[in-house]
Design a protein around this ligand. Structure first.
Ligand code: 7B1
Ligand code: ZN
Length: 263
């Protein structure tokens, strides 16, 4: 398709580099998913995402992305099934995107870049009582990655897009309620890749079971453009910097196997 062209980004590219590798880190994220090297695992189950819109609380600009935060003090919005043995609680979702539609995702599929990527962040509430605990453990977190591609307008996303002008600057927060995160999942949630990796921004901890959906969701060019109207900088800073290219470079696979739920 149109955006299947390759973009080999030089190290000069102004994207967030951060520590290129965590000392001793051998399961860092994101990665390039090489489809023909992924291994079909018939034991992988259907994903069961059961999100309660009333647990949605606020949307805010943390100076790196914008996050929609959920009340994760009870098991009201949960994820189970798929590669997961336990029940995981949704705590937030956020996105990564580029300055143009040519790149922006963190994961790639056979080196194909997408204009943006959604991350739905969950922590293991069967084993831990807080995100802060779970983030330190091997099986502590589960993040669903969904690619965004430019196409028709995404009606469910529009409520979120309309809230962005109110949180243009780093540190701004507004109330954001009754949002069903499930509307951001693709129609096909059966087909996904899964592997063990890390958070893609500090603290980069290697506690994430990644679940990357094969089917992208479509959003309009204009909806994506509003993401780029956000700022990395706070209202006080004199130089305003637009929030774009907030993604990490792909990390070495280090012998890990990526499993697929489909053959
Ligand atoms: N790009 S990423 O790998 O999905 C990623 C990267 C870094 C992250 O830090 C947090 N912290 C919380 O969600 C949190 C939730 C509740 C309390 C404190 C922190 N989530 C992350 C996801
Ligand atoms: Zn992320």
């Amino acid at each position: 398709t149109a955006c299947s062209s390759r973009y080999v980004l030089s190290q000069m590219h102004p994207m967030w580099q951060g520590p290129l590798a965590v000392p001793g880190g051998d399961r860092q994220s994101p990665i390039d998913i090489v489809v023909r090297k992924s291994v079909f695992d018939s034991q992988l189950k259907h994903l069961i995402a059961d999100y309660d819109p009333t647990t949605c609380q606020q949307i805010w600009n943390n100076g790196y992305s914008f996050l929609v935060e959920y009340d994760d003090t009870t098991d009201k919005s949960t994820l189970k099934g798929g590669p997961l043995q336990d029940k995981f609680r949704l705590c937030q979702f956020h996105f990564h995107w580029g300055e143009s539609n040519a790149w922006g995702s963190e994961h790639t599929v056979d080196r194909r870049l997408f204009p943006a990527e959604l991350h739905l962040v969950h922590w293991n509430s069967d084993k831990y009582s807080l995100f802060e605990e779970a983030v330190m453990e091997d099986n502590g977190l589960a993040v669903i990655g969904v690619f965004l591609k430019v196409g028709k307008r995404h009606d469910g996303l529009q409520k979120l897009v309309d809230a962005l002008p109110a949180i243009r600057h780093k540190g701004s927060v507004v109330e954001f309620t009754k949002f069903d995160a499930g509307c951001l999942l693709p129609n096909n949630t059966e087909d996904y890749w899964t592997y063990h990796g890390s958070l893609t921004t500090p603290p980069l901890t290697e506690s994430v079971t990644w679940i990357v959906m094969k089917q992208a969701i479509e959003v309009s060019h204009d909806q994506l453009a509003v993401f780029r109207s956000l700022l990395f900088t706070s209202a006080e800073e004199e130089v305003q910097k637009s929030m774009v290219n907030n993604f990490r470079v792909q990390q070495p696979l280090r012998g890990r196997t990526v499993r697929s739920s489909f053959s």
